[in-house]
Design a protein around this ligand. Sequence first.
Ligand code: MN
Length: 485
Amino acid sequence: MTIEQIIKKVRENNPKADTDMLKLAYDFAVKAHGDQKRRTGELYIQHSLHTAFVLAQIKVDLNTVIAGILHDIPEDTEYTLDDIKKNFGEEIAYLVEGITKLSKIKYRGIERYRESLRKMFLAMASDLRIIIIKFADRLHNLRTLEVLPPEKRLRIAKETLEIYAPIAGLLGIWSLKWQMEDICFKYLYPEEYKKLEYKYEVEKKVERHQYTQKIKNILKKKLDEAGIEYEIESRFKHLYSIYQKMQNKDRQFNEIYDVFALRVIVPTVNDCYKVLGIIHTLWKPKANRFKDYIASPKPNGYKSLHTTVFGPEGKATEFQIRTKEMNDEALYGIAAHWHYKQRKGGKDEGQPYWIKEILDIQREAEDTNDFIKKIKFDVFSNRIFVFSPKGDVFELPEKSTPIDYAYAVHSEVGNKAVGAIVNDKIAGLDQELKSGDLVEIIIEKNRKGPNRGWLKFVKTANARNKIKHYSSNPLENFKNFFPRF
Ligand code: MN
């Protein structure tokens, strides 16, 4: 991978993009990472470039691609976030900082980890681009997973399948979701993967290829006659989704597999309906299988025409008909959404406003996705998430202070607190904490107990109660908590 490939990709999506910054970011990252190598033996910069390329592919804005190149610098080199801020400005530094914070979450048992990560993702809803960079980073790490020891491999695959992939789906970034899923599937269920891969890629491949060619040829002729520009795709099913369908619906491989699917991409909405007419004239549509998601888009914004017809030899054949814009939005979700908004002359407000939009969409979503059901964004909207030096995540109400944090860690940490360090800087015990802060409490072993003055600023009931009811006599403390004694 080279920086030129990335520049080319960015320009494809946005011919006017000022790509000089990309080159500068590249030079900076080369200098920072030096001759660091990945386990694969490749230079570290390759990871930075691959991450950035994935981002350029899904059409995120230029600053996000740049942040992708720089994302591991504060964590893995001697250059700091300040160096990035000085060279590339606040916004890019903010994105890189978000990634660095996410990487501070350490593994402590899958249950807790999952919970922590979910919370972090939600907290990071302040700028979804951070999460998108994390997806791109994870995808490249997955692609090189074979160099890790087996245990770590499985852990990363599991975590990706359970946390990252569903969130990518939630944000509509299907292309990343699918790619992540298929790699995880291969590592987590190697036998099932091999079986399915063999059936799909070997046994049925010739048949499928011949059949779709046949359909394409018939359709192409008619589309040319009608003077419609088009692209036809015939390979977009992925193995993990086939596997899941088989699991969920108790269906046999052949039933799912034998449905052939084609996607027709055309310039305008008008063309979509013209193509639909042509397909229905050529082949008999199957009853109840026509869906007009253009006239009534799905709650998550998905637009397309779907129809299943009895194709040549009477084989069930599914068509998805959509414009290029609809296709990009379906594959790249929020990223593409923002891209199109901006191109249509929407204002660039620095902080893309699709962040807000997607949160609104989320609220309206009626998707059965368990994740949405369980965790609503507004539930966490007035919560913050801070880190302990060990990387544990603590959930606190907004405007919580180091004292609230200290009592959340342990009563004794609260009782003996004398100072706080927030993000490596000395902080007051009454300082308001923000999501992502790394908080360390300085304790003095001989300190008698809490300062009642803290009651003026603490936000949590937990801290308040413990301060109020503290007594230097251990027996008294006991009484306070069990008043009947
Ligand atoms: Mn990375």
